[in-house]
Design a protein around this ligand. Structure first.
Ligand SMILES: [Zn+2]
Length: 254
């Protein structure tokens, strides 16, 4: 029907990989650049166009193959803390508290290797635009902030059956390749599902999506968190660590 890559969502399962845990792999690159109005095009969930594994590399940039001028974009470690807030998506209080701990632990892991400081602000009611995929709220900081939302699948066209979340840098300052804001959306039903006997899947998912927010893309290496199929990895791999540190802009670089 179309020849466009834009939001051409495929429902086809990732049959080339172990189905033991649900594959997801949508990596959308909708990013509104400061001072630039045109958003990046969205990419579909097909592995062959989305994943772009770099042979022999243990990490890749989120923008690899999408926008070469932004490859190597990352957060600055020299501008103070990065705040984050969560929209609970009406998850039950007990469940939300549990996931908050899990999220905090994922942030902590990334913080340890990047030296970035993440500070939890609290819950914020956010609205979501299903065409731009942007989360917004008047209560949300517009700089150095990561928005996290638990969202019913019905609310986002990207949360198809085998997609359990997506994350991305949301704004990037083009001149310095500095990521200014990021956002992550998790499928609410996944968190609520009783069929998930092993919570390590959620640990893996949270780490993975935050990795995208930090500027990492997928790698074709099952031992890394940035491998696009979620399993039960609860710790960052060596490539995840090296990559996130490499992308993070140190004070000396600036
Ligand atoms: Zn991904």
């Amino acid at each position: 029907m179309d020849g466009h890559a834009h939001l051409n969502m495929q429902r086809k399962p990732f049959s080339s990989h172990s189905p033991s845990f649900v594959a997801f792999g949508v990596l959308i690159a909708i990013a509104i650049f400061l001072g630039v109005t045109a958003p990046l095009s969205a990419f579909d969930g097909k592995r062959n166009r989305d994943d772009k594994p770099v042979q022999g590399a243990s990490y890749s940039s989120f923008f690899e193959g999408k926008n070469q001028s932004l490859v190597s974009s990352g957060w600055s470690a020299c501008e103070g803390e990065i705040s984050w807030s969560v929209s609970s998506g009406s998850l039950g209080a007990k469940m939300f508290a549990r996931e908050l701990v899990r999220l905090q632990s994922a942030f902590d892991q990334w913080s340890k290797v990047t030296n970035l400081t993440f500070v939890y602000l609290g819950t914020i009611e956010m609205s979501y635009d299903p065409s731009s995929h942007q989360l917004s709220s008047d209560a949300m900081p517009t700089e150095r902030h990561i928005a996290v939302a638990f969202m019913p699948a019905a609310d986002s066209p990207l949360l198809t059956s085998n997609v359990y979340g997506f994350g991305m840098p949301a704004t990037v300052l083009r001149s310095t390749k500095s990521i200014r804001t990021g956002e992550v959306i998790f499928k609410k039903e996944l968190v609520e599902s009783k069929s998930w006997r092993d919570p390590r899947v959620l640990d893996n998912l949270y780490l993975h999506e935050l990795g995208h927010v930090l500027g990492l893309g997928h790698v074709n290496d099952k031992s890394q968190v940035m491998y696009p199929v979620i399993r039960k990895r609860t710790a960052l791999g060596s490539g995840d660590q090296v990559g996130s540190l490499a992308l993070t802009k140190k004070c000396a670089d600036q």
